[in-house]
Design a protein around this ligand. Structure first.
Ligand code: HPA
Length: 267
């Protein structure tokens, strides 16, 4: 093992192949807060391991983020790698653990990365709690970037148009929007939420953007989907809490699972 993040991801991919008995994966899905129960719809579980069995992964820090990796054979015969939970920047471990899963998946052969999250809705005029929204683009306000040095990679189309169109074949009415990421762990202030609306955001959260950048750097196509679990702070006057976020996930798991299963089968 070395300190080089790509070497660490290569090591983790080798260990992953050994632990699951699968030599190459086609697609990786990262299940965000509230999305974990939806994973059960994706296909037949071939193996499931704690992330900590692989080099470079740290234990789950957040309730609802299970910290396990599941290898699944989908209905269409694809090998899917499902991360039941993710590492967040707010855990204070730096940026590399946040993107290690995506890098490991890419080293394990994955060409498509599906990033899901729970998000606050910035447009309660048109958005409903429990609605899934395609991420069309992002604004990274985390102050972090997984890349260092002269890696001036193009981010014109972080979230693949092709994959968004494919989702729309399943759910023609699905809205799309711009996801804004903060570092967290606090939820935003009402003033920050107003700023997010002004600068063109539609959803707000604490994940996804760094993984999306790492996936693009690794050459994978990215699909991002937010589950709106609450209106952003101050938009309706209710305080926010993590239990509510998980609750919406549980209530929508069957619907989100069916959606992801259909999308993965079309890949
Ligand atoms: N803000 C940030 N992250 C979130 C929110 C929110 O309102 N809801 C779920 N995750």
């Amino acid at each position: 093992m070395t300190n080089d993040p790509y070497a660490l991801a290569t090591d983790a991919a080798v260990a992953l192949k050994g632990a699951t008995g699968i030599d190459s994966f086609d697609v990786a899905l990262v299940m965000g807060s509230g999305w974990v129960p939806a994973a059960d719809a994706l296909g037949e579980t071939v193996a499931e391991i704690p992330v900590t069995d692989l080099p470079g992964f740290t234990p789950a820090a957040v309730a609802g983020h299970a910290g396990r990796i599941r290898a699944v054979r989908t209905g269409s015969g694809k090998n899917a790698l499902i991360f039941l939970g993710r590492t967040h920047l707010y855990e204070g471990r730096g940026v590399e653990p946040v993107v290690h899963g995506v890098r490991t998946a890419i080293k394990a052969g994955v060409g498509t990365v599906v990033l899901t999250n729970a998000a606050g809705g910035l447009r309660p005029e048109t958005q409903k709690v429990g609605e899934a929204i395609l991420i069309s683009d992002h604004i990274n306000l985390t102050g972090a970037n997984p890349l260092t040095g002269a890696t001036f990679i193009d981010l014109t189309e972080v979230y693949s148009r092709r994959l968004r169109a494919l989702v729309r074949e399943v759910e023609p009415a699905m809205a799309e929007g711009v996801y804004i990421a903060f570092r967290g762990p606090t939820y935003e202030t009402p003033a920050e939420i107003q700023m997010c609306r002004t600068i063109g955001g539609d959803m707000v959260g604490m994940s996804t953007v760094l993984e999306a950048v790492a996936a693009r750097e690794g050459g994978a196509e990215v699909l991002g989907i937010s589950l709106v679990t609450n209106p952003g702070a101050g938009l309706v006057g209710e305080p926010l809490n993590h239990q509510e976020v998980l609750e919406v996930g549980r209530a929508t798991a069957t619907r989100m699972g069916a959606l992801l299963a259909q999308v993965v089968n079309k890949l």
